[in-house]
Every structure is written in C-alpha cells, then in structure tokens.
Design a protein around this ligand. Structure first.
Ligand SMILES: [Zn+2]
Length: 369
C-alpha cells in the first residue's frame, strides 16, 4: 500500500478507503493528484475526480470524507492521513462549497431535533424488540434523511433494472396530475415525485422521500386509468404508512437503527445498504393488506370502483410467472384473498374519470417519445 500525491511517492501512513457508490465494498486505494484525483486500486484506475468537483462531506472525527458535487454520484473517499488531507485541501479549490455536502449537513442538523423520538425508540427497542421500535421510529425519520435514502435507492433501482426514466413532459404532467388527485383523496400531504421507468417487468414501487416508481410494463398492461390509479394508490398507501422506512429498520437490525440515531448514516456504506434493501424489499402480508385498504379508500372517495385495480392484479397473476422482484404481488399465497377483498368493494362509478381519453393516450406513450 502506498500513497502517491503531488508527484512524490510516499510510504503508506494509513489506508485510504474508496466506495464506488454502487456496491457496498471498501477498496483500499492509492490517490494520485494532478488535475484530477486519480483513484487506483493495484494500479487499476477506479475513478477520476476533477479537482474542482471534489467536496468535503461530514465525517467522524479524525477522518475526512470526500465526494463529488454531483448529488447522484454516491462514491466516497475516506482519508485518515493528514498529509493526504492537506494535499487534497491544496489541490481542490471548491472543497467547502455547499452543493455536494448540503444534504448530509442538513440531515445532521435535523437529526438533532429528531433524537428525542429516536431515543424513545431505542428504549422501545431494548424493551419490546425491533418491529415495535421500527413502528415507533418510521414516522419520525427526518425528511432530509429519507430524501437521501430515496435518492440512493432510486439510483440503485435504475441500475439493477437497467432502466431509464421516461421523460416526455406531457406524459409527466398527466402522471403528476393523476398522482396529485389520488394523494389528495388519500390525505397524503408530503411532496411526491412520481416517475415512469422503462423496464420489461410489471411492477410499481414507493421509495422514501415521496418517490413513486411505476414500471413501464405495468403501464402497458393497464387497460384503463382506474386500473393504473388503483396500483398507484396502493403504492401511496405504502408511502402513507412509512412502510419502506419500517422495512429498512427491520432488515438493518439494531446496528442500523443505532447508526441512524447516533452515527453518520449518510456515509456511502449506509446508503448503499439502504438502497439494496429497499429495492429488494417485500412487505409483510399485513402491510400489503393495509396498502390495499388505502387504495380501496382512495378510489371510493373519488367515486371510482376499486375493482379495476383487482382486475389488473389478477391479469398479472394469471399471465405471468411472478418474478421475485415483483413486490406488488410478493405475498403470492394470499393474492387470492387480496383480490377477493378488493372485488368486494366494487361499486358503480359516480365520480368523474381519473383521466380523459386524450390524457390516457399521452400518459401511455410517455416512454415512446
Ligand atoms: Zn404493496
């Protein structure tokens, strides 16, 4: 192991850690500084960071953590050697600029205000165990932290499914309108960021920070706005019940919970863990039932029958082997009883259609432009 900066080769005083932001794996690296920070592992370049883009991020005492200004890039460099820190300080003129670090710093501030609820949850954890602590804590996790986790998860989701976001502005406007209508009917006040992503499997997913993802194959399978609306309302149910954060706390165990309360969870390892957990998460039967009930409530309030939502689920079950990733139907054995419960709420439509026929056409072609 050697450090090599400012052109001078030096013996290693300590290790330099690099996380690529995609896989939760620490690389022991060498850093060479020129117009870029060249990050190498065994002489293989892992990353080249332009010096103007490097930002200093919050970190534990005795260590400096660096990232890039681009908030979508979660790669992190962790340095404990003071000479290397000094060299980076000399070479990178924008280290202290707020953009790259701002989210994390905001998170840190919010965590202070949040610590009372968190401390209560840790007491709950000791006395009652993890599921109860997750229930107590999930609604109180600061928005900024949820935003960071949602952002990391969304990035991972697109990476895993090789998916790109469909960006036709007219289609997006229709989607925004549809989601706003459903959220208002459900009494959901937090800001939402719905997106359609292009994938070959049919699914939908709610991630922290109000991110609602509908996979394009599901949009293709939906025959009416009511069918799609029911699925989105189900995902809004997960959002309203904080299911993704609850799931994250439950899977991460006490270590993650304590890390979120007392540690620096916004470090890249924590975010990568969160992202991987959330996009592979399947919810409990109880959580799915609650989300279905929420969808039934939303559709009924809008004067629309929830039955088309059940019809769409039924077609998906009948027509396909259900892939494991398909969280919408993850509790396969109980799907039949879920469908029966939805169908039991069938009522004649009394409200206006969720979308006009031209809006539906525009939305359905969101990935085709
Ligand atoms: Zn669900």
């Amino acid at each position: 192991m050697s450090l090599d900066f400012d052109g001078a080769r030096m013996s290693a005083l300590t290790e330099v850690g690099f996380f690529d932001g995609r896989v939760n794996l620490r690389h022991n690296v060498v850093v060479r500084i020129a117009d870029c920070l060249n990050i190498l592992e065994d002489d293989v370049p892992l990353a080249r960071w332009p010096v103007g883009e490097v930002r200093l991020l919050p970190s534990a005492h005795g260590m400096a953590r660096y990232g890039l200004a681009d908030p979508n890039n979660l790669a992190r460099l962790e340095v404990t050697d003071e000479m290397l820190m000094a060299a980076i300080r000399r070479s990178c003129p924008n280290l202290g600029r707020g953009d790259g670090a701002v989210t994390s710093r905001r998170t840190t501030c919010r965590i202070i205000g949040w610590s009372l609820a968190a401390a209560a949850s840790v007491v709950g954890l000791v006395i009652f165990g993890l599921p109860l602590a997750a229930n107590l804590l999930a609604p109180h996790i600061p928005q900024a932290l949820q935003y960071d986790i949602g952002e990391a998860s969304a990035k991972q989701l697109k990476l895993v499914y090789h998916a790109k976001t469909c960006r036709d502005p007219q289609g997006q406007a229709v989607l925004d309108k549809l989601v706003a209508k459903l959220a208002t009917a459900g009494g959901l006040e937090q800001p939402l960021r719905p997106r359609i992503i292009e994938t070959s499997i049919a699914n939908a997913m709610a991630l922290p920070g109000g991110r609602v993802y509908v996979f394009s194959k599901l949009l293709d399978e939906a025959q009416t706005p009511d069918e799609l609306g029911g699925v989105i309302a189900h995902e809004l149910g997960h959002e309203a019940h904080h299911d993704s954060m609850r799931r994250l706390i439950e899977s991460g165990g006490t270590g993650l919970l304590l890390g979120m309360v007392f540690g620096d969870f916004t470090g890249s390892a924590g975010l990568v863990f969160a992202a991987n957990t959330l996009i592979n998460a399947s919810y409990s039967r109880q959580a799915e039932k609650r989300a279905d009930d929420y969808a039934i409530k939303v559709m009924t309030r809008l004067g629309r029958s929830p039955k088309p939502f059940g019809d769409l689920l039924q077609r998906l079950v009948r027509g396909h082997d259900i892939p494991q990733a398909m969280s919408l139907l993850a509790d396969h054995p109980t799907t039949r009883s879920r469908l029966a419960a939805i169908a039991a709420h069938d009522v004649p439509d009394t409200g206006p259609p969720l979308l006009s026929p031209p809006q539906w056409v525009v939305l359905r072609s969101i990935c085709k432009t």
